[in-house]
Design a binder for this molecule. Structure first.
Ligand SMILES: [Zn+2]
Ligand SMILES: [Zn+2]
Length: 151
């Protein structure tokens, strides 16, 4: 797992939105949950950017709340996924592909139990099922809670 934070700026496909994170983690996670796969077309590679995120091009941003705990933002012009924002701690998780930064390390896979069999990553990762992930993050242990806590 890579320690340390980086200051990075990413952008959407059309360039209308720029996301700058001053405290982005170099250690990233892949989420295989059905929502992320539907949102992106595949596993979502997420950068934990913490709360220190500034966004240019707010007029382009459209929001879609997918669960009780967070919302997803996308560019209304080009459709690029921009971030997942947790309501409770204010953290922004930004798709790694927005950044032209190749110093990330894929260290973790979550919702591994929802991963379809037709792809897999060869990186050495710590893997969690959706339930394990939710328990670690929220102490939640019921399936109803799981449904509300998808990332
Ligand atoms: Zn755009
Ligand atoms: Zn997900």
């Amino acid at each position: 797992m890579l320690e340390g934070k980086v200051n990075i700026t990413g952008r959407c496909l059309c360039g209308g939105v720029e996301v700058t994170a001053s405290q982005a983690s170099k250690s990233i996670s892949a989420c295989h949950c059905g929502m992320c796969r539907r949102w992106t077309g595949g596993a979502l590679l997420l950068v934990d950017c913490g709360e220190q995120v500034s966004i240019k091009g707010g007029d382009y941003i459209a929001l879609h709340q997918t669960s009780a705990v967070g919302e997803r933002a996308f560019c209304a012009e080009c459709g690029s996924g921009l971030y997942y924002h947790y309501f409770d701690n204010g953290h922004y998780f930004v798709p790694a592909g927005l950044f032209e930064f190749d110093g990330f390390s894929l260290d973790q896979q979550i919702f591994i139990d929802e991963k379809p069999p037709y792809y897999q990553f060869s990186s050495s990762t710590i893997d969690s099922t959706g339930k394990e992930f939710c328990q670690r993050r929220h102490g939640a242990d019921t399936i109803e809670v799981l449904d509300n806590y998808r990332t």
